[in-house]
Design a protein around this ligand. Sequence first.
Ligand code: UD2
Ligand code: MN
Length: 431
Amino acid sequence: MRTGKGEHGKPYPLTEDDRDDSAYRENGFNILVSNNIALERSLPDIRHPNCKHKVYLEKLPNTSIIIPFHNEGWTSLLRTIYSIINRTPDILIAEIILVDDFSDREHLKEKLEEYMARFTKVRIVRTKKREGLIRTRLLGASMAKGEVLTFLDSHCEVNVNWLPPLLNQIALNHKTIVCPMIDVIDHNHFGYEAQAGDAMRGAFDWEMYYKRIPIPPELQRSDPSDPFESPVMAGGLFAVDREWFWELGGYDPGLEIWGGEQYEISFKVWMCGGGMFDVPCSRVGHIYRKYVPYKVPSGTSLARNLKRVAETWMDEFAEYVYQRRPEYRHLSTGDISAQKELRKHLKCKDFKWFMAAVAWDVPKYYPPVEPPPAAWGEIRNVAANLCVDSKHGATGTELRLDICVKDGSERTWSHEQGSVLQAADCYFGCC
Ligand code: UD2
Ligand code: MN
């Protein structure tokens, strides 16, 4: 029944002034438009028609909803909260935990606490320094009391009856991670619509870019509104049994700021005895930004996170990534022994199993390039603990044994079958 600009998820009619870059600068989406549409706006119910007739278990677990934020816009954050309060059965919400990752914008301080006081279920916790979204989610999860943890980004709008279909799947098997269909809230005009192709499997290419691929006929359900298996999640929006999340070790806390965690949790879930499903009857809108508005502390890099995940989980398949991203070979991951120990302790299956049993359709879209028959590394005399070194590192110079160093300056070697041994730097054509 609601009328007004942006209602029913319709695009807001933008004027030329509204399009000015200043409207985007702080959030990566148009905050003027966000400010001009209702916090409790209506959305179109774009679920599959079968969803209206589905029944769920009478007793569902309750959930803590955890929302990390760093310098989120006022109205985009509030609209996230209102959409949850308005479209979720109250009995299923144990609490809503807003986790502030060291924001400095004024409206996120006392003003936010005062405003949120009206919602009895909302708690605000804050990190003591900039932690990045991964440790920020972990902080929220560590305080959560609900039986299930549900993570959302701070610029979402949940749609009709989004939560019960997620909780139902976990109630049926608690070793399950579930994701809603992520709809697109346009960063210009805030129009709400399904992603291109709608229901698709989550995948990755060998440069570790997240991709979506069609559901193969083998996995298509007779009822297209039924949950389907997905190899990897998009990252931000999912629900998981709280106890099982901690059994899995949560996230690797060594992942910094942004990215890679979606692969870590996905590989871990599948390889360590669980499964992951996308649930077509659960839909949540998300504002995909035009650009990243916030600062990323120096010294942190997405590449390092990705290599950490590749080294911990991908076994010999990590080589396919390094083929595409040779700069990763010499990148330091920091200490990953605790992650490897966890993998052993949980008796997780190997990545080869994951590729064959879960992600078998991914190589059809993103075929890996086989590494050449070659070897890289140091040549060590184990008895004397000395390494083969060359005076200046260049090919053709005299070799000697020297102490082995592990500080990035060590001499490594490469050998391609049928070719001569070379100092490794030469392999990349820069000796
Ligand atoms: C996607 C995911 C996001 C996350 C990311 C990879 C969706 C819809 N979004 O990127 O959840 O998995 O991929 O890591 O799947 N934040 C902090 N501290 C920071 C940076 C961000 O708390 O240092 C918050 C931020 O306010 C937001 C959430 O973390 O609520 C995700 O960040 P984003 O929205 O910038 O990531 P996005 O959607 O581009
Ligand atoms: Mn986001």
